[in-house]
Design a protein around this ligand. Structure first.
Ligand code: A3P
Length: 294
């Protein structure tokens, strides 16, 4: 077989006021007219907040790990709605073709870009948020290893861009806040935090079950909790993205560290001071409180 040529790294452009790349806007009309169903579950996050982790938790809670599914990678079980990369299946089409009920669908779209039908059908939404500093670090390493992302440049340059919202899917600050605002008027939205999952995954899984109306047995729960630990997900080819050609895991593995506070190994003292000052300013009207360490 001939070697498949990988699509080039994209560049950012302004898309209705949000920095985006063509790999998430090329299929726009089809995405906007997506037909959601009342029992769909949308997993929404700013990139690197723990999307894969929560996707696998929900997948296991609903469907377990039956033999016929055990070789299907997570990115096919939980399609990425807006992705459209040449010579790969489009996320929207994978979502349309999902045989399961409920359908679990992943998105990084800012809330104003989410297809209307999710709100009209009153689909349930799980939003996961992660503190800004660890999100920035995780996004930086992700950019290095994943050709679907623009060239990240060096860390200090990347951090400036993060603060200015010059990232794919736009500003972290706007993303977490506008999704939080949405929760105030849309009751079928569960807003959760990566740091809480790290601190007590059992409790967060219970809260998820409560929101979704699920009551797993103690045995099922234990199985889920074991399967979704960082080490197990890192080893598991279903969840570690090892089958995705656009990712070069020898540069940085997808399952990289899985910790709260890794930012301390990246931010210099002055970067931290500047970041904090800018953060207080950008978040001054926000009710959200993030934990940068636990
Ligand atoms: P790091 O780069 O800090 O390690 P997403 O799935 O939204 O792209 O998020 C990826 C981040 O979540 C990565 O963070 C990854 O290691 C972390 N992650 C994935 N599964 C995890 C798990 N089971 N436990 C803790 N962190 C996990």
């Amino acid at each position: 077989k001939g070697k498949m040529e990988l699509p080039p790294r994209p560049t950012l452009f302004d898309f209705h006021g949000v920095s985006m790349t063509k790999y998430f806007t090329d299929n726009w009309e089809n995405i906007q007219s997506f037909k959601a169903r009342p029992d769909d579950i949308l997993i929404a996050t700013y990139p690197k907040a723990g999307t894969t982790w929560v996707s696998y938790i929900l997948d296991l809670l609903y469907f377990g790990e039956t033999d016929c599914r055990s070789s299907v990678p997570l990115q096919e079980r939980v399609p990425f709605l807006e992705i459209s990369v040449p010579s790969r299946p489009k996320g929207k089409d994978l979502a349309d073709q999902l045989p399961t009920a409920p359908r679990l669908i992943k998105t990084h779209l800012p809330v104003q870009f989410v297809p209307k039908s999710f709100w009209e059908q009153r689909s349930r939404v799980v939003y996961v948020a992660r503190n800004a500093k660890d999100s920035a670090v995780s996004y930086f390493h992700f950019g290095r290893m994943n050709r679907v992302q623009p060239e990240p440049g060096d860390w200090s340059c990347f951090l400036q861009n993060f603060m200015q919202g010059k990232m794919v899917f736009g500003s972290w600050y706007e993303h977490v806040n506008t999704w939080w605002d949405q929760k105030q008027t849309y009751s079928n939205l569960h807003y959760m935090f990566y740091e809480d999952l790290i601190e007590d995954s059992g409790q967060e899984i219970s809260r998820l079950c409560c929101f979704l109306g699920l009551s797993p047995t103690a045995e099922q729960r234990e199985l889920v909790q074991t399967k979704v630990t960082f080490d197990n997900m890192k080893q598991n080819k279903i969840t570690n993205f090892s089958t995705v050609p656009m990712m070069n895991q020898s540069i940085s593995p997808f399952m990289r560290k899985g910790r709260v506070g890794d930012w301390k190994n990246h931010f210099t003292v002055s970067q931290n001071e500047q970041f904090e000052e800018d953060y207080q300013n950008k978040m001054k009207n926000s009710a959200l409180v993030f934990r940068n360490e636990i």
